[in-house]
Ligand binder design. Structure first.
Ligand code: PMP
Length: 411
């Protein structure tokens, strides 16, 4: 990597602006990251020069578009350490990838009385598809609890994953608790019982290198927009042996082998799961985001983040009345900080911060069962990426202190 942190920050045009007369501190990266100029240029370049539909045309533009799309699949394969590009399915996001597994694998493989195990900290995208599958199939949905520190309780996981368990669906990193899931341990536990594991990687992929073969995970879902790529593109990795036996998820053009009046047969994976015109520019943009991350190097990204996490953990403790959820020690945290500030409503805190240029999220973060479990209706969430700075942590802390002061004593 031959750029300074300052130069890297300048790669992200949206970060360089004033919001409500203050410099923007974008701390809502768990909702969506910003995109660097090389990704934006790649997408623009595709539409300016190579735009054509893929796999269908013999003309030059169609060839170029197809080559770039399939090259993007290969880039994702390398990024995830998958064995074959046929294991990489493009989707519109993590939500669609998880729904694909629930509809196709779940509907064909789960039977009445089977157990599906998820955790209490799942995003609705990795909860409702399993809940609805369980309802439709008469299967049993079980939840792994958290420890007092907000981490996955492995003792509870050991009890919940039984010989009846057919599928475990778990996030790789929480979008609320600021924790990383011990995914490899859970995969081992599940495999001992003969269950497959579906990992929701939405919050992990911008923060650590993922190797699906090392994890031995059966399915891995991610969203491009949370890792510097455009919105509307995502990925489902699935082991070839599983994808082979799964029925299509949607029907239409591109996913067929032969169509007759009364019956049809299907293409091989991954095309069997990519019905209709795909988000080609999105896939190419995702590959550009991966190239960008690889050029920065994971060592540098992780060092940058761990410095920020260390500093934010230390500084947030100084805010009077702030209750932080999840682990107290920085070494066990990710860059997601969920908290409440005294009795002030989280939306009021987020609005006050916005007035000072600080972008955070407030609400249930698409994790209502987790909010019930924590006994709160909502939290404020500040979430960091490698391009954030300690000055932005200071801006957050100063404005939280001012907000508390204002609500306690008035203007
Ligand atoms: N899982 C987790 C943990 C998430 O944080 C999100 C996005 N907030 C999703 C799944 C869903 O991702 P998308 O909306 O991009 O499909």
């Amino acid at each position: 990597m031959d750029k300074t942190s300052e130069e890297i920050r300048h790669d992200f045009p949206a970060l360089d602006q004033m919001v409500n007369q203050a410099p923007l501190a974008y701390l809502d990266n768990a909702a969506t990251s910003q995109r660097p100029a090389p990704v934006l240029k790649t997408v623009e370049d595709f539409y300016f020069h190579d735009n054509a539909n893929v796999h269908r045309g013999v003309h030059t533009l169609a060839q170029r578009a197809t080559d770039r799309y399939e090259q993007a699949r290969e880039t994702v394969r390398q990024f995830l350490g998958a064995e074959s590009p046929t294991e990489i399915i493009f989707t519109k996001g993590c939500t669609e990838a998880l729904n694909l597994v629930a509809s196709s694998y779940g509907m064909s493989q789960i039977q009445a009385g089977d157990e599906i195990v998820i955790s209490i900290q799942e995003h609705h995208s990795n909860l409702i598809p399993w809940q609805q599958l369980a309802i439709q199939k008469g299967a049993i949905l079980k939840y792994i609890d958290l420890t007092d520190e907000g981490e996955i309780d492995l003792t509870d996981a050991q009890e919940k994953i039984t010989d009846q368990t057919k599928l475990v669906a778990i996030n790789h990193a929480s979008n609320v608790m600021g924790t990383i899931t011990p995914l490899k341990t859970l995969v081992e536990l599940a495999h001992q019982k003969g269950a497959v594991v579906v990992a929701d990687g939405a919050q992990a992929v911008l923060h650590e290198p993922v190797n699906v073969r090392d994890l031995d995970v059966d399915f891995y879902a991610l969203s491009g927009h949370k890792m510097l790529a455009p919105m509307g593109i995502g990925v489902l990795y699935g082991k070839a042996s599983l994808l082979e036996k799964m029925p299509p998820y949607q029907y239409g053009g591109e996913m067929i082998s032969r169509v007759q009046r009364q019956e049809s047969s299907w293409a091989q994976a991954p095309y069997k799961f990519e019905a209709g015109t795909q988000n080609v520019a999105g896939a190419i943009g995702l590959a550009a985001a991966i190239d960008y991350l690889n050029n920065l190097s994971w060592g540098w990204i992780q060092q940058q983040e761990s410095d920020l996490i260390q500093y934010a953990t230390q500084e947030l403790k100084k805010v009077d009345g702030l209750k932080l959820y999840g682990p107290k020690e920085a070494q066990r945290r990710s860059g997601v900080f969920s908290f409440n500030l005294g009795q002030i409503h989280p939306h009021d805190v987020a609005t006050a911060l916005d007035m000072a240029g600080v972008a955070v999220r407030a609400g249930h973060h698409c994790a209502q069962p987790l909010m019930d479990y924590l006994g709160v209706p909502a939290t404020v969430r500040a979430s960091f990426a490698f391009y954030n700075t300690k000055a932005e942590v200071d801006q957050l802390v100063t404005d939280l202190q001012a907000t508390k002061e204002f609500f306690d004593h008035g203007a």
